[in-house]
Every structure is written in structure tokens, then in C-alpha cells.
Write a protein that binds this ligand. Structure first.
Ligand SMILES: [Cu+2]
Length: 84
């Protein structure tokens, strides 16, 4: 098992960043990955999103204290796609 932590450094301390990979159904073209990417990026606390059409995956990095996978998945669903 690969255990690692990622920290973002602020003036006032450090913030734990989580990284998760989501499998997403329904993405078929460039337009889809843009929509999914924008939907995830609009979630407060998300710092990086990388959507891949070929693998149908989104790699999301986020501040654990500000958001979670449930909220991120809800944003994907609202954009019209199905996170697994
Ligand atoms: Cu599309």
C-alpha cells in the first residue's frame, strides 16, 4: 500500500490535501471533459482537477477540511455525468 501525504503551505500553517481518482461514466468528447472539469473545479476546496477522456477518470486534489468526495461527486452528477 502506497501511503503518502501532501501538504499545502500557507502563511499560517499547513493544510492536508487529499487526492482521489474518480471513474466517471458518460464522457464522450472534449466538451464532456471540459464540463466535468469545470463542475469539479467549481467545488470550494478543490485545488487541482485532471480529467482524462481515454481512461474516463478524473484525478482530483482537494483540501480535506473544506470538501469531500461526496460533494465532488454531487457536482459531477449535477453536470449530467455519473461518477462511480
Ligand atoms: Cu461530449
Amino acid at each position: 500500500m502506497n501511503i503518502r501525504i501532501k501538504l499545502r503551505i500557507h502563511q499560517w500553517g499547513v493544510e492536508f490535501l487529499a487526492q482521489e481518482t474518480l471513474k466517471i461514466e458518460g464522457m464522450e468528447c472534449d466538451h464532456c471533459i471540459l464540463r466535468v472539469g469545470r463542475a469539479i473545479a467549481s467545488v470550494k476546496g478543490v485545488t487541482v482537477v485532471d480529467v482524462n477522456l481515454e481512461t474516463k477518470e478524473a484525478v482530483v486534489e482537494f483540501e480535506e477540511t473544506r470538501t469531500d468526495l461526496k460533494i465532488i461527486k454531487a457536482a459531477v452528477r449535477e453536470a449530467g455525468y455519473e461518477p462511480l
